[in-house]
Design a binder for this molecule. Structure first.
Ligand SMILES: NC(=O)C1=CN([C@@H]2O[C@H](COP(=O)(O)OP(=O)(O)OC[C@H]3O[C@@H](n4cnc5c(N)ncnc54)[C@H](O)[C@@H]3O)[C@@H](O)[C@H]2O)C=CC1
Ligand SMILES: C[C@H](O)[C@@H]1OC(=O)[C@H](O)[C@@H]1O
Length: 254
């Protein structure tokens, strides 16, 4: 069964990792997909090609989500190409691991701007388009298990993920009357570019893996199903929710 047949899905940071897996997952479920991406034209083009090979329409738009203007441009471009917006997956993010006591101001500022401000502007732009269309919609934000627990080298990052989780809760209230559902996924540790260097430390990798009841680190594709589900009408009465996708890591205290 295809869960997103005929829908138009927008995804930020969609050329790699979790965003790319969500883009391909949405296309497999019958959606046309627009991705925003930050830098690599080649990766964006290959994602578009993969979606088109599945028989769906796709477009890629380069843009920095930290710039408020990018959100409106992205939504406008998707509407010009596909006529509407049914789903926004706010996924773009950075996590430049660094110790707390000498954290550079620029690193804090950039992480907040990309992860939290970027999500805010994208969600707002998509919601305005959905309200204009008058047929509801679904917003899925990629938050993190880090919204609930800390990280020694992530003091600038974990608050942004808590913020994204909170944004979905408040947006669910603000947008419920328009039939727009807002939910977040909370991935655990997923092997992607964002943590490639950090997890090159075998000790850390082993420690993180040992905490996961399912016995392995996550892969980007582990997020595709939960994101497609929350975006789809199968989740028609789910809003303001946060779905942990962490192999059980969060509940594993002792
Ligand atoms: N990999 C993990 O263990 C976890 C990742 N996450 C979140 O998942 C999301 C996706 O990350 P991953 O797929 O893991 O890594 P990734 O590095 O493959 O994906 C992040 C994407 O965001 C894009 N991006 C970064 N800054 C941007 C900007 N200013 N404007 C537009 N796009 C930008 C990157 O180019 C990249 O495509 C992030 O929000 C991250 O915080 C959450 C929990 C765990
Ligand atoms: C990038 C990290 O490996 C990853 O990011 C998160 O949000 C998770 O909690 C992991 O720490």
């Amino acid at each position: 069964m295809k869960l997103l047949e005929g829908k138009v899905v927008l995804i930020t940071g969609g050329s790699t990792g979790i965003g790319r897996a969500a883009a391909i997952g949405a296309a497999r479920h019958g959606a046309d997909v627009a991705i925003n991406y930050a830098s690599s034209d080649d990766k964006a083009a290959s994602c578009v090609a993969e979606i088109e090979a599945l028989g769906q329409r796709a477009l890629a738009m380069k843009g920095d989500v930290a710039d408020p203007a990018t959100a409106g441009d992205f939504v406008d471009k998707a509407v010009a190409a596909f006529g509407r917006v049914d789903v926004m997956v706010s996924n773009a993010g950075i996590c430049p691991f660094h110790a707390f006591l000498d954290m550079p101001v620029e690193t804090v500022d950039r992480t907040f701007r990309v992860n939290l401000h970027g999500a805010y502007y994208m969600v707002q732009a998509a919601a305005n388009q959905m309200v204009k269309q008058g047929e509801g919609g679904a917003i899925v934000a990629v938050s993190s298990i880090s919204a609930l627990v800390g990280g020694e080298y992530q003091t600038h990052y974990t608050p942004t993920k808590a913020g994204v989780h909170s944004l979905m809760q408040s947006a669910a209230i603000a947008l419920g009357k328009h039939g727009i559902r807002c939910n977040s996924v909370l991935p655990g540790t997923i092997l992607t570019e964002i943590n490639r260097d950090d997890l090159a430390d075998q000790d850390k990798r082993d420690r993180v893996t040992a905490r996961i009841p399912l016995g392995r680190l996550g892969e980007a594709d582990d997020l595709a199903g939960p994101i497609v589900f929350l975006a789809s009408d199968m989740a028609q009465y789910v809003t303001g929710a946060a779905l942990l996708v962490d192999g059980g890591a969060f509940v594993n205290l002792q």
